[in-house]
Design a protein around this ligand. Structure first.
Ligand SMILES: Nc1nc(=O)c2c([nH]1)NC[C@@H]1CN(c3ccc(C(=O)N[C@@H](CCC(=O)O)C(=O)O)cc3)C=[N+]21
Length: 278
């Protein structure tokens, strides 16, 4: 039976570290504030936004919640982002994705000041990460690096295969693994022989967005598997990996829930603290 990488526990450690730092900053008279903007009422988004607010409350970060109606126009949303950019009391701005179809997500992301871009989605943040300069790191991939490091999984020199090439997970994940001296391969829907390529991995990151697609046929015996997927099937949650099928075949694996998800939130908190320190 594989070792289960406990994202809930590791995210708790990181949140406790943040809480200590916030206590010190508060003593110095600093106040930390994250603005969370949600447009529309997608139930999954509401759960994530709620988890973010709870984490803020635990750590001692104020959260300003903006719950805007589905019909909000792009102009209205951009005006709010610009107002939050200007506000000295706001350290971080998070606009929950996905946005309704009538709003241009790229435009919104580009409007957030890179100094407050705690999601790490702004082109300036992505560019800085790409060339190893300081900036906010995208929370999910940065959380996965922390999961690996704090579980004593060495990345240097290892074959790392990322399945998925999204702007918010796959691409930044590949860059961060490279930065840790992994040998990185990125696969996607057009990859030929996906199973063979995936089987090369010592560390496999599954971020495809298809429930339980990755079974033991994609995985080398003894590999470490990180499951980024989150799906709900008649009330039960699962990831991109068929956990039951692979658990006896791998050396370590993240569960869903309780794996990558909580780490995303912990790293968001860390970025907020960083923002306040800068
Ligand atoms: N601007 C923006 N930034 C994001 O960081 C962002 C986003 N938009 N849109 C959606 C995705 C998804 N995401 C998750 C956060 C926490 C959990 C999480 O806490 N998951 C728990 C379970 C929570 C549940 O019950 O669903 C777990 O896996 O254990 C999951 C997913 C952040 N995202």
């Amino acid at each position: 039976m594989a070792r289960i990488i406990d994202g809930k526990m590791i995210s708790q450690q990181i949140k406790d570290e943040c809480k200590e730092e916030v206590a010190v900053l508060t003593e110095q008279g600093k106040h930390i504030c994250l603005a969370v903007v949600q447009v529309g009422a997608d139930p999954a988004s509401s759960i994530y936004v709620n988890n973010k607010k709870k984490a803020c409350a635990y750590i001692g970060i104020e959260s300003l919640a903006y719950e805007l109606p589905e019909e909000t126009t792009q102009e209205e949303l951009l005006a709010l982002v610009e107002e939050l950019n200007e506000r000295e009391d706001v350290n971080g701005i998070l606009v929950q994705l996905p946005l309704p179809a009538h709003i241009d997500e790229d435009k919104v992301i580009q409007t957030i000041s890179p100094l407050k871009d705690v999601d790490g989605f702004h082109p300036a943040s992505v560019g800085a990460m790409c060339i190893g300069q300081p900036g906010f790191l995208s929370c999910t991939p940065a959380g996965i690096i922390q999961l690996l490091k704090r579980s004593d999984v060495e990345i240097e020199g290892k074959e790392c295969v990322v399945i998925g090439r999204s702007n918010i997970v796959g691409k930044p994940m590949a860059l961060l693994l490279l930065r840790e001296n992994g040998t990185v391969t990125v696969c996607h829907s057009r990859t030929r022989n996906l199973k063979e390529v995936a089987k090369r991995a010592d560390i496999l990151i599954a971020a495809i967005g298809k429930p339980r697609m990755i079974n033991h046929e994609y995985i080398k015996e003894g590999a470490v598997v990180i499951d980024v997927g989150i799906h709900r099937e008649n009330g039960k949650m699962c990831g991109d990996v068929d956990f039951d099928d692979v658990v006896d075949h791998v050396s370590a694996i993240t569960p869903v829930p309780g794996g990558v998800g909580p780490m995303t939130i912990a790293m968001l908190m860390r970025n907020c603290v960083e923002s306040a320190k800068r």
